[in-house]
Design a protein around this ligand. Structure first.
Ligand code: ADP
Length: 388
């Protein structure tokens, strides 16, 4: 009896033990699976954060360079690589290994001693005069120890170019204003010093003063037009326009000027309609015809013509049979203050701004302007406008 009971108790204990062992193993496997799942999620979170960080850094316009405490590259974004034309993997390398730019290596050393360097302007020696602005700082941990260095590079090249253009423009304007002004001043002083007592000399000097005052007036008008065109302040009022009629008016206004040089004016334009601001189209044609009279052949001919062109445009030209434009000047005549023949332009009272105004007006209409010329074979200026 006791033996049976003992065996039964033993069997029950074994069954209970087996049951719990199985349950315990199952629980253990479950915990392990949960741990693995947690680890996988953690890894995913880290790699997601890294990918997000990379996307963020790569979308920056500024070049970003992160160095570790041993001055090895930890991270370089896309803009940084583009700025320096780098295509290789940079991580783990030193700046000198990948760029060999002593100035940058020097800057990194400076940042380490000064903790931060702001607005450091730097002209790259190798990459065709590119200008950079660098802001750099040391990265420290909670204990204040240096963990690395962060450098942000901003491309200043365009800004520097604009600055230079503005400086050149101011210098050119001052120069252009000074010439007529000093003549006015000189002749006025001579008149005051006694020349006014001779009526013949006085009249001649006053004529020179008047001519130079007119030149100043013209220059200021042209400068205001250029400034309004460039800033977009000048509103165009495009309408369907009969180009031939506008040209006829311009030629009639310039008839006496042409007669002064014995130049014949010819209107060959067919019946073309353009979408343009009438006053501005008149200004373009007047500038081109006036130039053709001034720089063309005395006793020659100036022709205005045109045709319908591709892409819903009309093409208009102004042709002369003068000495033409030297090949080295062809690409530059539309620049502000550029003169192919300086002496002739000054003698004719030119401001050097006429063609620049023409270019701006035509481009503001969505057209293009260009010139064709061969020495001794005259010059032909072409421009396009949207069809009316
Ligand atoms: P400017 O006030 O000097 O005439 P523009 O901008 O109108 O200024 O012209 C720039 C330069 O282009 C002129 O100085 C001249 O040397 C040259 N040029 C313009 N039109 C002609 C032309 N039809 N034939 C020869 N040279 C020309």
């Amino acid at each position: 009896m006791w033996a049976v009971l003992f065996i039964l108790a033993l069997a029950a204990a074994t069954a209970i033990h087996l049951f719990w062992r199985q349950k315990f193993r199952r629980r253990q496997r479950q915990i392990q699976a949960e741990m693995e799942q947690f680890q996988r999620e953690q890894q995913q979170t880290v790699s997601d954060a890294r990918a997000q960080q990379q996307v963020l850094f790569n979308s920056m316009l500024e070049g970003l360079l992160l160095l570790d405490r041993n001055r090895r590259i930890y991270l370089a974004n896309r803009a940084f690589k583009n700025l320096f034309g780098l295509k290789i993997e940079l991580r783990g390398k030193t700046v000198m290994e990948v760029l060999r730019l002593h100035e940058l290596a020097g800057l990194i050393e400076r940042v380490e001693t000064e903790k931060q360097v702001l607005d450091y302007e730097w002209k790259l020696p190798e990459l065709s005069g590119r200008w950079l602005q660098v802001n750099a700082a040391v990265i420290t941990n909670a204990a204040g120890e240096r963990e690395g260095t962060i450098l942000v590079f901003h491309d200043l090249t365009r800004l520097k170019q604009l600055e230079r253009t503005r400086e050149e423009f101011v210098a050119n304007v001052s120069h252009e204003l000074r010439t007529p002004l000093s003549l006015i001043k000189g002749y006025a002083e001579t008149l005051l010093d006694g020349a006014r007592n001779d009526p013949e000399i006085a009249a001649r000097f006053l004529k020179i003063i008047e001519r130079n005052a007119q030149r100043l007036d013209l220059l200021i008008q042209d400068l205001l037009t250029i400034s309004a065109l460039e800033s977009g302040r000048l509103r165009l009022n495009p309408q369907p326009i009969h180009v031939r009629a506008v040209a006829e008016k311009v030629l009639s206004d310039l008839k006496s000027r042409a007669a002064g040089r014995g130049v014949t004016l010819i209107n060959e334009l067919p019946d073309l309609t353009a979408t343009a601001d009438e006053n501005r189209l008149e200004q373009v044609l007047a500038n081109l015809v006036d130039n053709a009279i001034k720089y063309g052949r005395a006793g020659g001919a100036v022709t205005v013509g045109g045709r319908p062109a591709e892409n819903s445009q009309v093409e208009i030209f102004v042709r002369d049979d003068g000495p033409g434009i030297p090949p080295e000047s062809l690409g530059r005549v539309f620049e502000r203050f550029y003169r192919a023949d300086k002496a002739r332009s000054r003698e004719q009272g030119g401001t050097g701004l006429g063609l620049s105004i023409v270019k701006h007006i035509v481009q503001n209409h969505g057209g293009a302007v260009w010139v064709e010329s061969a020495p001794g074979k005259g010059a032909t200026f072409f421009f396009t406008l949207p069809k009316g």
